[in-house]
Design a protein around this ligand. Sequence first.
Ligand code: GLU
Length: 291
Amino acid sequence: MSYVGRFAPSPSGPLHFGSLVAALGSYFQAKSQHGKWLVRMEDLDPPREMPGASDLILATLEAYHLHWDDEVIYQSQRHHYYQDQIEQWIASKEAYYCQCTRRQIKQSGGFYLGTCRDAALTPEQPCSVRFKVPTAIDHFIDQKHGRIAIPKALADEDFIIKRRDGLYAYNLAVVLDDIEQGVTEVVRGADLIEPTGRQINLYHAMKQPEVSYLHLPLALDEHGNKLSKQNHAPALNNEEPIETLLSAMTFLGFDIDAHITSANLDEIIAWGCQNWSLQQLPNSLASTARF
Ligand code: GLU
């Protein structure tokens, strides 16, 4: 089977150093195996999005010469597909409506305890939809880090696939789209380790083979916080990409040859594809970024 990888940014703002690490790691992993590298916009949550961010993200990928294969897919255009699957699972009792509020769940210790599981509610008032977890997935195998355990309370919980406010949940959309796009391996930041078990549950429900997973170290700022828009991570500079590109590659464990520092963008990217290896990738799941 040929390799298909992807980069799936949420357009909540422009790309920053942390997102470049995820883009590059998934790109090198795909291209070093002569695979495809897809880009998918995860524009599922309009209140958290920044107008124009999708185009800015694509312009930045182009400025870094990270050329994607096939058409970019936008999750905002795929609601019918998510809704159809939810309805099938409700009919087969693999999912159900839930009217518990966030406050009620907080009162029961922060985890949902299955209150509406067998209540057969119909959505007369606003309800979320939960996936009925048949078997808790308490670990998975990561290509770099081996066996990664998932906390039991999290693994056991029937999780939300459609929110009470009508928005489709990340876990649902990411799996349905990865299946639809034929993705064979998910490469992403280590902040997405926890939902992996839930996503594996959905592969099983879809009767699809699981993908393989590789989680990249998270880039932290000097205070130990994840680089993010909320923490004011600076946007990548599209005009002068080389220095930041080399910093992101160093962060991913490349031992940058002296001759590469004076090469052009295409040469650097090609060198990265040739020299990429999981052994060189840092063992830690997070480290301070220098850029
Ligand atoms: N859209 C998610 C994010 O930007 C990434 C999804 C994924 O790679 O699974 O955090």
